[in-house]
Design a protein around this ligand. Structure first.
Ligand code: AMP
Ligand code: MG
Length: 420
């Protein structure tokens, strides 16, 4: 018997197999998915991270009335000379935020006015306190001030009825400020997407459990994936850990399809003897994408199980993480009512050299060094979870062949751009 030639690259494509390029797999996902969750009303104070189900318009203008941008003195611009020094008697009273001046300020008079105060009738311009002198009955300042200076006209920021935020927007803290300022106290949002998470593998044990010693591998994927999902604003349905047993995997997928809108599994997604997840999904679950040309993460099974999307992630934690970021995140965003979100990417100089063959996209765990260059983790070994923890983002290497020199531009995808 003649053994097959040794392959020094364990991710090389088997001859004759067509691998789906990452972009094709993403395009298929993007075109095949739609929102699966209902709509509910949510108070604005609790709406951070939720996804708007409808466009929201301003109930009132912002600011709702003309007010002062500074502490100073208000007057009618038409009543001051074009040059020289201005000298105006002070009118009775003052205007403060929440304590408006009710009367009209007579022409050629000034009134004390504080930041945020409604601008009284007879006033259209405000001079900064620091630019004036006063004896308590008059103020004086150098002219040259522009008409309307230091005022905030009503609606200068947002007009009443203006469209503010669109359907599909994931609300951020600053959006809540905008909504509240414009009188919106509750918004229609999509129900939180429920994502079920299960780990598979006979060798896998829950960390801390007695069964963990000594031959077991602690389940690193479930804590990681559950936290990812929570950070993305989803509700986690923890399905626990399942041994490599088809009936148990089938039952657990059923439980996921009943109690969740999408399922994450990890492990058993390849084509080996114990790769039951991919086997079940292929046999019974409308497996759509499997051989995606990506490293790390080659065994990635994307399928439907009882009409519920399943992301059959690789067991290797590094690969599971990368596939979750690249494929599951934008897909889950669409299921949850959001937009398909591309990760933020920056072109930075490479702080390393790299040669790669054509045929698959590669992601390196990386950081940006103090001179702004991307540096990868010391080992590309996909079992190295320490590098995952060390890294602050991914360097994305294109599908084609590459002979990268130091200083060449590379794409860096910071984890912050993935919402983590
Ligand atoms: P598999 O995809 O099931 O062939 O697993 C690939 C590698 O990842 C194996 O070395 C597994 O032991 C490991 N692995 C699978 N699931 C997990 C998990 N939940 N946590 C940590 N390692 C895992
Ligand atoms: Mg396994």
């Amino acid at each position: 018997m003649k053994p097959p030639p040794l392959r020094n690259d364990c991710f090389a494509m088997p001859p004759g197999v067509d691998w789906t390029p990452v972009d094709d797999a993403l395009a298929a996902l993007r075109s095949g998915l739609a929102t699966v969750v209902g709509v509910t009303d949510c108070p604005v104070s609790e709406a951070g991270g939720r996804i708007l189900a409808e466009e929201v318009a301003a109930r009132r203008a912002h600011p709702p009335f003309a007010n002062s941008a500074v502490d100073g003195y208000g007057f009618a611009h038409a009543s001051i000379p074009a040059d020289g020094v201005v000298n105006l008697p002070l009118a009775e009273g003052r205007a403060a935020a929440g304590d408006p001046h009710s009367g009209r300020v007579p022409a050629s008079h000034a009134i004390r006015i504080l930041t945020g105060a409604r601008i009284p009738e007879g006033v259209d311009t405000i001079v900064l306190e620091e630019d004036t002198t006063t004896d308590g009955t008059r103020i004086s300042f150098r002219t040259g001030i522009r008409a309307g200076a230091n005022t905030r006209p009503a609606g200068e920021d947002v007009g009443k009825g203006a469209r503010m935020l669109g359907r599909g927007r994931r609300l951020r803290p600053q959006d809540l400020a905008l909504l509240a300022a414009c009188g919106v106290d509750a918004v229609p949002v999509f129900e939180r997407l429920r994502v079920a998470v299960m780990s598979t593998g006979d060798e896998i044990a829950e960390v801390g459990s007695e069964s963990g010693a000594p031959g077991a591998i602690f389940d690193a994927n479930r804590p990681m994936l559950c936290d990812l999902l929570r950070r993305w604003g989803f509700r986690v349905v923890d399905l626990g850990h399942v041994p490599d047993d088809r009936d148990r995997i089938r039952e657990t997928l059923d439980a996921g399809a009943t109690g969740a809108d999408a399922i994450f599994s990890s492990g058993g997604a390849s084509a080996g003897d114990e790769d039951h997840v991919s086997a079940i999904l292929e046999g019974e679950g409308a497996l759509s994408t499997w051989r995606v040309a990506i490293k790390p993460g080659r065994p990635l099974a994307m399928a439907l199980w009882r009409d519920v999307p399943v992301f059959g992630l690789p067991g290797n934690p590094v690969a599971a993480f990368v596939c979750a970021l690249i494929f599951a995140r934008p897909a889950l965003g669409v299921l949850a009512g959001g937009k398909w979100e591309e990760p933020a990417a920056y072109e930075v100089p490479a702080g390393f050299t790299k040669r790669k063959k054509p045929g698959r996209r590669e992601y390196l765990r990386a950081r940006i060094d103090s001179s702004g260059r991307a540096v990868p983790f010391g080992s590309e070994g996909s079992g190295r979870i320490s590098g995952l923890s060390w890294s602050e983002g991914l360097v994305e290497l294109e599908d084609g062949a590459l002979d990268l020199a130091e200083g060449d531009p590379v794409r860096f995808l910071p984890y912050s751009g993935f919402g983590i």
